[in-house]
Structures are given as C-alpha cells and as structure tokens.
Design a protein around this ligand. Structure first.
Ligand code: BES
Ligand code: ZN
Ligand code: ZN
Length: 500
C-alpha cells in the first residue's frame, strides 16, 4: 500500500473513496460543506434522510457521479472527544469500506487534533490503514479474497482549510507507522497461528528471523543450556511435552556509542499451548489456549519494530517458551523444584505454569544487569474477571515506572489499569515444604501471581503486565482491532523504550 498526503482543494483529489470524519452532531467543516455544495447538497440531504448523526462506527457512502474527482464520498461517524489514538480507527474504518467494495484507492480527510500532534496523527493513520486490512488467512484454501488496497491518501484539516504537510514530514511519520503496524501484525500472526505450527521451535525460528531482518543480536537456548543454567522451573513445565523448550534472547543496541545508555528488558510468556497439565483445563477454558504465548508475541512484535523509533536505550527481548501438556513424565502436584536463583517452589497447581517459566526467565534477565524490566503474560483468568476483556492489569515495584506506563497507555490507546500487590496476600503462597507454592487461594488471583513473580526480580525496577484479557478479542472492538490476536502490548513497549 502506498501512502500519500494531500492538501488544497479536496474536490480535486482523485480516488475511489474519499472519506470524511464527522464527529457527532458537530457542525460540518468548511471543507466538507464545500464538497456537499459541489454535490448539489445531496450529501447533507441523504445524511438527513438516512438519519446519519455522526455516531461512532456508523458510516454513509455516496457515489459522486463525476461531480468531484473522487468516485465516492463516505462519512465516518466518530466520537466527539477526539483523542489522537482515534486516528487509527478512522483510517481502519475507511479501509474496511474499501475492502467491502473491493476498491483500490482511499483518501481520508480528518480533523487535525492540534499542530503538536500532526506527526502522531499521520503515524496512527498509517497504522490504522494497515491494521484495518489485517487478515489471518494463510491456511484458507477456499473463500479467500485477494484484495489489498493500492493507495491511501491523507489530508488533515486546519481552521477552515487543509493543512500543508511537507512530503518529508509525511513520509517520516508514515514510515514509523508502517513499521509499528508490521510489528503488531507479526504479533497477531504469532498468536493466531495454530499451536501445531507455532511450537517453541517455530517461535524461536520466528525470533531468529526478526533478528536477521532487523539486525538484532540473537541467542536461542535449548534444553542443554536450560539444564546447565539450573532452570528447573522451565524444565518442570516442559516435562509433559515432547517438544524441547526454548529460551529466546534478542538484543537491540542503538547505533554509535552505547556507553551509559539505559538498559531495559521485555520478558514475555511463550506458552505455545496451555492444556493446564494434570490440572487439565475443561472444554471452554482450553479451546483458545494457543494464545498463551501472547506476551512473547508482544515482545517479539516490539523487537521487530524497535528500529522505527530507534530509542537511545539497549533493549533486551527475552522469551521462555514451552508447551504445558500431560504425559507420563509431566510434572505433578506436590513436586518441588529449584528456580534459577535458588528459591524452591512446591507445585500446587500445574495450570499456574506461566509464573514458573517466567520466574526462571526473570532470574536470567536480572543477571544481565539491567535497569528496568517488564514481564508480559497471559497470566491469570482472575485478571480478566477483575478488569474485563479489554484492559491489561499493571503491577510494579516502582511507582514512577508504573505511572510512566499508565501515561503511555493513555497516549497509545492501550487500555490498562493498575492492580495492587498487597503484601498481606504473600502468606497465601506459603508452602509446607518449600520456600513458596505456585498458587495462592481463590481470591486475588492476579495479585498473588504478581507476588509470586516478585520473588524473582530482586532489586530491579519491574512492571508486570497481565494481558490475559486484551491479547485476544472474541469479537471486533474497533475497525483496527478485529477478532483474534490483537498485538496488545507492542505499542506500550515501543513507546516506553522511546521515552527512555
Ligand atoms: N494461561 C492461563 C491464564 C489465562 C486464562 C490466559 C484465560 C488467557 C485467558 C494461566 O496459565 C492459568 O491457567 N492460570 C490459572 C491460574 C490458577 C491455576 C491459579 C487461572 O487463571 O485459572
Ligand atoms: Zn495455565
Ligand atoms: Zn498459561
């Protein structure tokens, strides 16, 4: 897809569909009024007849019969409080209409959210245009559509007219948007892929491919190395699987002198299928457990796009990966294992496996001598119960870092909410035989999982993101967020590295 900017008289912009953002019952812009006039007032008449009131996610399409250069005009309803992340949705809505009508070229006329947000608006439009057309159809042999959009034009309005944007400014901003959207699309692909085709081996292969394409350092460790590093927790979860575990480690280093730069790490749970082990999940709960590597998908998606923003920080992406299945060697209730840092864990539930593989991976990460780290995991159903399916639970040991992440959530549009790690809950993890057990009691499940992880982060500043809800959508949320893997987390990680 080719991106281009346009300004001047939009009536002269030639494309298959020219889409205008209409915010609620706000008065139409001069630009839109001019188009209406060129169409002999047909647009406003039909909008009234069709009761188009500019409500979010409604639209109206009209043929122009040669009265302006564009073949069709669309009105896209949008909520009145315009936040910059909404630009993704505008672009994706226009792309969805083009997809339905098999059109080749789209122009979008959007309100400017202010001169200081122009670059971000352009970037988000590029992201929305790509993500709105996202499909996972590589395994379909029937009923496939070959459609893809040829070009996407963007015009931003200023007071009464169109904003002049230099080609350089436009290309730089869309360039970032395209790379970020590719990172998110990759994360979606990894999550949507069947667990027979996305085992720890394939996940590691995908990471190695990213490293090669993006020029990152890459180390892939297998059972031999995991054993040698005394990571019994990863081995315990892996015992029920016929496929070897992997510990994936990618590193991004900015160009030039890297002395004294901040060092951050993203650690993602890469459970390629979570059957629950001997605490087997029932039908309904087990069905979509291929998504249990969504934390790792966010990490790998962010590493794929990291060069788009070229942060002045060294960034490590680390993924422990295994399946959690059952067989004659699978780990059992009552088993006791020693984590990489020497702490012992009694297994009281084989379905609380994510925290186990993350524990060993967090110890490994701390040993790298980093300043700050993130864990990202589809860790608990309890977090989804607490916050619903769209919101990520945020925990952390450093409130300044947590506050930065929450602010980034606002700015990027990734929904999140801080949850407590109440130290009073720590006693729920007390074991009769070991330093701790791997589950708490019924209540506070997301918090006890975070408290478990906290045992393995030492003094390193740490934020934990429980994305069990938002990483996979059961139905489309917005035009740029369809059903299936969402790529949640990529934006937050990239922006955190960028602001660092
Ligand atoms: N992978 C699941 C959590 C999950 C649930 C992810 C729903 C996505 C959607 C995790 O490994 C798990 O099974 N957690 C248990 C923890 C319990 C045994 C303490 C859970 O949430 O039930
Ligand atoms: Zn589980
Ligand atoms: Zn799991």
């Amino acid at each position: 897809m080719k991106f281009m900017g346009f300004s001047g008289d939009v009536g002269e912009y030639s494309c298959d569909l020219l889409a205008f953002v209409v915010r609620g019952d706000e008065e139409w812009s001069t630009v839109l009024k001019n188009v209406d006039e060129a169409l002999g007032g047909l647009l406003s008449t039909i909008a009234e007849e069709e009761k188009f009131e500019g409500k979010a996610d409604t639209s109206l399409v009209l043929h122009t019969h040669g009265k302006i250069a564009a073949a069709r005009v669309a009105l896209l309803g949008a909520s009145e409080d315009v936040a910059v992340p909404a630009f993704r949705n505008y672009a994706a809505q226009a792309v969805k209409i083009a997809q339905k009508l098999s059109l080749d070229s789209v122009g979008l006329v959007a309100p400017s959210a202010g001169s200081d947000t122009v670059d971000l608006s352009i970037r988000f439009v590029a992201e929305g245009a790509i993500l709105g057309g996202y499909r996972f159809d590589r395994h379909r042999t029937q009923d496939t559509t070959e459609w893809s959009l040829g070009s996407f034009g963007l015009g931003l309005m200023s007071d009464g007219g169109m904003l002049d944007i230099s080609t350089d400014q436009f290309n730089t901003a869309t360039g970032i948007g395209i790379q970020v959207a590719e990172g998110i699309s990759l994360a979606r692909d990894l999550v949507n892929e069947g667990p027979n085709k996305m085992t720890p081996i394939e996940l590691a292969d995908a990471a190695a491919k990213i490293a090669e394409e993006e020029g990152l350092e890459c180390t892939i460790m297998g059972m031999k190395e995991i054993k040698a590093m005394n990571m019994e927790l990863i081995q315990a979860v892996n015992a029920g699987s016929d496929i070897e575990p992997r510990l994936i480690h990618l590193t991004y280093k900015p160009e030039g002198d890297t002395d004294g730069l901040p060092v951050i790490a993203f650690v993602g749970k890469g459970l390629t299928f979570d059957a629950g082990g001997y605490n087997l999940k029932p039908t309904g709960a087990i069905d979509d457990m291929k998504i249990d590597m969504a934390g790792s998908a966010a990490v790998l998606g962010a590493m794929k796009a990291i060069k788009a923003l070229a942060p002045r920080a060294i960034v490590h992406g680390i993924v422990p990966s295994t399946e959690n299945l059952v067989n004659g060697s699978a780990y059992k209730l009552g088993d006791v294992y020693t984590a990489q840092n020497g702490k012992t864990v009694e297994i009281r539930n084989t379905d609380a496996e994510g925290r186990l593989i993350l524990a060993d991976a967090l110890c490994y990460t701390v040993d790298l001598g980093i300043d700050e780290m993130f864990s990202l995991a589809t860790l608990t159903g309890a977090c989804v119960v607490a916050l619903g399916p769209y919101t990520c639970g945020i925990f952390g040991t450093d409130q300044t870092m947590v506050d930065q992440v929450l602010e980034i959530g606002e700015d990027t549009g990734e929904d999140m909410w801080q949850l407590p790690m109440n130290p009073k809950l720590r006693k729920m993890l007390k074991s009769q035989v070991a330093d701790m057990k791997n589950v708490g009691e019924r209540w506070g499940g997301a918090s006890t999982a975070a408290l478990f992880l906290k045992e393995f982060v030492g003094d390193t500043k740490w934020v934990h993101m429980d994305l069990a809800g938002p990483s996979f959508l059961d139905s489309p949320v917005e035009a740029h967020m369809g059903k299936g893997g969402s790529g949640y987390g990529v934006l937050t990680l990239l922006e955190y590295a960028n602001r660092r």
